[in-house]
Design a protein around this ligand. Structure first.
Ligand code: NI
Length: 263
């Protein structure tokens, strides 16, 4: 047996199959693994990116775990068809680890807000039926999201509020909904970001690490394309804010992700 003390991280939200990685997606996966980011969750967007996601995931079965979902900003007039496709794909795919990303985004556009809400609730119910966690994208939609989760309460949905930048009070409301985690990403490294203070009051047992690559790049790479190999910068900042070691952050957040996604 080979012992090594390299830290292990899980990027619970990364889109390395995005157009921006057209020329070097495989190299980006390898850079992540070399940096200790040995496992990555690929949230789905919609049918236009699903094949790229699944084919990259298939090349690294022990490292990449794909999901299935309709992103709130992809909800448009053909949303019912899109959900039908998800329903069919869910029956066939044996390897998906979560439903998502789903949720609501009232910042991007309010045009399909009612459809977003219905599509979100449909996906929460699907996840419960399949026994899978939900990856939630919530932007300027906290009340609507919590309303849906309360309506589904008896089904005991669980999962993660991805890219969480809310207040301590919002975190406490989320905690009362059941078995929920918050995904912390590059924003925590930004100057003056309130989440850097809030994180001190969020137990490590409820935190997942994520990059949201290619977006939300952490300092010191802010302004560049984000990639999963930068995840340790986020862990380092959380450790600094909480006054604990990065090893402790790596260990606990990895355990959290393994538990939630069963990977
Ligand atoms: Ni995302």
């Amino acid at each position: 047996m080979i012992y090594h003390c390299m830290m292990e991280f899980i990027d619970t939200h990364t889109h390395l199959y995005d157009e921006q990685f057209r020329d070097d997606a495989e190299a980006a996966v390898e850079r992540a693994v070399d940096a200790g980011v040995t496992r990555m969750i690929f949230p789905d967007i919609d049918s236009s990116t699903r094949d790229a996601m699944n084919s990259l995931a298939a090349k690294y079965p022990g490292n990449i775990f794909p999901c299935l979902g309709l992103h709130p900003t992809s909800v448009d007039s053909r949303w019912k068809e899109a959900l039908e496709e998800i329903s069919e794909a869910a029956d066939k795919a044996g390897n998906i680890r979560a439903i998502g990303e789903t949720g609501m985004d009232c910042y991007w556009s309010k045009e399909f807000v009612r459809e977003q809400e219905e599509a979100f609730e449909w996906q929460v119910r699907l996840a419960c039926r399949l026994g899978l966690p939900v990856i939630i994208h919530s932007r300027e939609a906290t009340e609507l999201i919590i309303g849906v989760l309360e309506r589904c309460r008896q089904l005991a949905p669980r999962g993660v509020f991805h890219a969480f930048t809310g207040s301590r009070e919002t975190f406490e409301r989320i905690s009362r909904l059941g078995d929920w985690y918050v995904g912390i990403g590059g924003v925590v490294t930004f100057k003056k970001a309130s989440i850097a203070e809030t994180i001190k009051h969020i137990p490590l047992e409820r935190i997942l690490l994520e990059t949201d690559s290619p977006y939300l790049t952490p300092v010191p790479h802010r302004g560049e394309r984000n990639e999963s190999s930068y995840l340790p910068y986020i862990a380092g900042k959380i450790a600094e804010q909480k006054g604990i070691s990065i090893e402790e952050v790596a260990l606990q957040t990895t355990e959290n992700a393994v538990r939630l996604f069963q990977i």
